[in-house]
Write a protein that binds this ligand. Structure first.
Ligand code: ATP
Length: 366
């Protein structure tokens, strides 16, 4: 079990800056996620950790030891790729054994470790098969066994579940999590699927255009995103722009075109007069019925769309200024409103996060 320090890493491909001064601290035994949209640099960072790419600047440390110039086969990392990358001409057993043969592990010890690794991923019954006689999920379990059998200091995974169907993905998520808990090995996992990251990650680094946008525990990232990109990328979000009118405590007041909204600041230092975005999750909105029509965090609008999805019902409501917000009702025993209904929505100040409105400035800077 090792800690991994990513210290100020910069990587360029010709004119493209794939990573710009990225620093992250992955703790011993952590299940750490690199999450972001296509092209944000997450695979490049994983490849630098594995030693396949050399960065132009910065260092990689394993347990404080500088490995930036150490070649891949001497880093003791196990890799799992999206496309499994098993050797087609070798049996399951041989595929898993290969890394140990390369390391000159004695035959008796090899047998023991291959058996153990295959048991871990529940593939002990398939030792004589070749990869093309296995399903995608089975192949990925063999790839996992092959990564684990060398007893790596760090397991690096690049979208390992993205070739599997939805049901298998869920099953494998659970198995990966169990395996991580059992082995306690440091794992770094690249994905663009926020659900995967939320479901399995101890912590998640959200990446945007070669930089780290935010690092935190899943719950904190979802409930307290500290910028618009993260709020938007993780889950669904409603954003209402405005200007801070009162900023003398934990809860700020914001004047918006749909009324006064109160919420929690995403960061210290927001002041009266600042342009901000009030962000709220769809589940933080409720229909307000039969109660005073005015009050804090109450907005009016008209229902534009109702989508019934079984366990949830989604409503799109157009507010008085034309902004459309999404809300959801869980366990919808009955429909709460119809298309065309005039409704009032309410949300609690603690469920509103006030973000600095730096979206445009940030995009221009990049
Ligand atoms: P995806 O989810 O699509 O794999 P990613 O977040 O993993 O995306 P990277 O593959 O790390 O993104 O790519 C980051 C940036 O670097 C992209 O703009 C990409 O086009 C560029 N890039 C990556 N590899 C190379 C390469 N070998 N040569 C040139 N440019 C590259």
């Amino acid at each position: 079990m090792v800690s991994v320090t990513i210290d100020n890493i910069t990587k360029r491909f010709d004119n493209v800056v794939a990573l710009e001064r990225v620093s992250l601290e992955v703790r011993k035994g952590e299940f750490f996620f690199l999450l972001g949209p296509s092209g944000c640099g997450k695979t490049t960072l994983l490849r630098i950790l594995a030693g396949f790419y050399q960065p132009e600047g910065g260092r990689i440390l394993f347990d404080g030891r500088d490995v930036t110039d150490v070649p891949p086969h001497k880093r003791n990392t196990g890799m799992v790729f999206q496309n499994y990358a098993l050797w087609p001409h070798m049996t399951v057993w041989k595929n898993v054994e290969y890394g140990l043969s390369m390391r000159n592990v004695a035959p008796e010890e090899r047998r023991h470790r291959v058996t153990q690794a295959l048991e871990m991923v529940k593939m002990e019954g398939y030792v004589e098969r070749s990869p093309n006689q296995l399903s995608g999920g089975q192949q990925q379990r063999v790839a996992l066994a092959r990564a684990l059998v060398i007893e790596p200091d760090v397991v690096l995974m690049d979208e390992p579940l993205s070739n599997l169907d939805a049901r298998l993905r869920l099953e494998m998520r659970q198995q990966l999590q169990e395996l991580h808990q059992k082995l306690g090995v440091t794992m770094i996992y690249v994905t663009h699927d926020q659900r995967e990251a939320l479901a399995m990650g101890d912590r998640i680094a959200v990446m945007q255009m070669g930089r780290v946008a935010q690092v935190d525990h899943p719950r904190a990232l979802y409930a307290r995103p500290n910028n618009r990109f993260v709020a938007d990328f993780i889950g669904e979000i409603n954003l209402i722009g405005g200007e801070v009118t009162v900023a003398d405590g934990e809860i700020l007041s914001v004047s918006t075109s749909v009324g006064e909204i109160r919420g929690q600041a995403s960061e210290d230092g927001l002041q009266k007069g600042d342009r901000v975005l009030c962000s709220m999750r769809p589940e933080a909105l409720d229909f307000l019925r039969g109660e005073p029509s005015e009050g804090e965090n109450v907005v009016s609008g008209q229902v534009r769309q109702v989508i019934y999805l079984g366990e949830v019902e989604q409503y799109i409501v157009e507010l008085v200024d034309g902004t459309q917000v999404k809300m959801v009702e869980y366990d919808p025993m009955e429909q709460q409103a119809k298309v065309g209904d005039e409704v009032r929505l309410r949300f609690r100040p603690r469920r509103v996060v006030i973000l600095p409105d730096e979206g445009r400035a940030r995009a221009e800077a990049i």
